[in-house]
Design a protein around this ligand. Sequence first.
Ligand code: KIV
Ligand code: ZN
Length: 528
Amino acid sequence: MGATSNPTQSNPGPGRDKNRVVIFDTTLRDGEQSPGASMNLEEKIKIAQLLEEMGVDVIEAGFPIASNGDFEAVREIAKVVKNASVCGLARAARGDIDRCWEAVQHAKRPRIHSFLSTSPLHMKYKLQMEPVQVHQAVIDSVSHARNLCADVEWSAEDGSRTEHDFLCRVVESAIKAGARTVNIPDTVGYAVPEEYAALIRMLFNRVPNIDKAVVSVHCHNDLGLAVANSLAAVAAGARQIECTVNGLGERAGNAAMEEIVMALRTRQDTMPYTTGIKSELITRASRLVSAVTGFVVQPNKAIVGANAFAHESGIHQDGMLKHAGTYEIMTPESVGLGKSTLVMGKHSGRHAFKMKLKELGFELGDNALNDAFRRFKEVADRKKDVFDEDIVALVDDQIQQSDERIKFVALQVIAGSKGPQSAEIELDFDGVSKTAKTEGNGPVDATFNAVRAIVPNAARLLLYQVHAVTEGTDAQAEVTVRLEEGGKTVVGQGADPDTLVASARAYIHALNKLLTKRAKTAPAALTA
Ligand code: KIV
Ligand code: ZN
């Protein structure tokens, strides 16, 4: 893909820099559509705040008509985000668009994102509409959205499989009706880079008012080409990329934001395009999204995988010692991956701990700081070396478990080959101390049975996963649990040097979320 392949075709972008690419993050919308990746309000707000800090231009916060939970999340994110545009998704229907506006209108920069399928297959079977009806619906929906909101994006769902003449006509009409951004999704991840770039170039060549809008791309990763397709489209003139942290998203996911940002940053020689993203926050965002969703990042994943900057072979290590450039095309620091530093030990004071938290991006109130400091001391007493990762794990755990109805107090487990394995747990449930002792098929089962004896539930355990925060047998364990009850899934995490305590904390965290979900009844989510 040549940087000069389309020198004359450019779109308006932030600051009118013709090479500036708008980063539109849809982790909270398309990302959340990954089965099992549901997030609660607090988690969505935390992610949105980090996306804003990273310099994301547009945050797609959800699909307001889909459920009351989605609506509330978009509305609350619209209220807290200060610089980025906050966008909500809406189908081409007045009710969807009105509900979307109700949620995003609180934002400093609100955006309505309306979409409708344009491919022959989708029009015939999914919409059961004639092309002429689809065309009119595009005009009506964009006009309606524009009467409410100055910033309207319109997406031609399944755009990459849409017949060219028809695509040109609807894109022209959407722009005429007021769309400032027109998005051409590769909804099913079918496109290949040259073909997709040619499609974008075709629009620039044939749509007379194309210069009045930003052309956007939204690529799914079914063939593993989402990032390549997005970059090819930028070289062809697109100036907005829709993407997600860790490539989360429907089916095989969306284009991964970290890969797009680092490809553009690293290969300025062939792709002279810029983004506003502070790449140093990429690792933090990746870890946050992974922790919240329970979706582990594969070790060899580009940019954010645990091995992305690891050099195992002797030849590589030798080369690295002589010159880092021999095997490293980006520095770990450029994605915010510092060396695992020994931070503090059991003699470290409260002030030093507070400073360290600030450096790691946490600002805690007095009570939360006291609790976190107490947990830190407990860890430091049991673990020789305390690393940044340990502190992040325990503070994340701490933040998650404050304000919850069920609180972990103590656990005693009998494990080993002789059996029976049993667990005695003490919980604080709505302010009342409760204990239970049960047996189980192994120590984790016994622990979960003991929790269930105090908090009866029929939730199905979909996932139980243990991850060591750092190296060594004294490393903290970070446990993720995914539960399902009545079609609702929740993810819980817990961290502790004792794997069984971490397991109990994770299970309790998930149960607390289920209690909250039970309290809020929401209509079934829609999909886009
Ligand atoms: O993949 C897709 O086409 C979408 C649209 C709603 C933008 O997610
Ligand atoms: Zn999508």
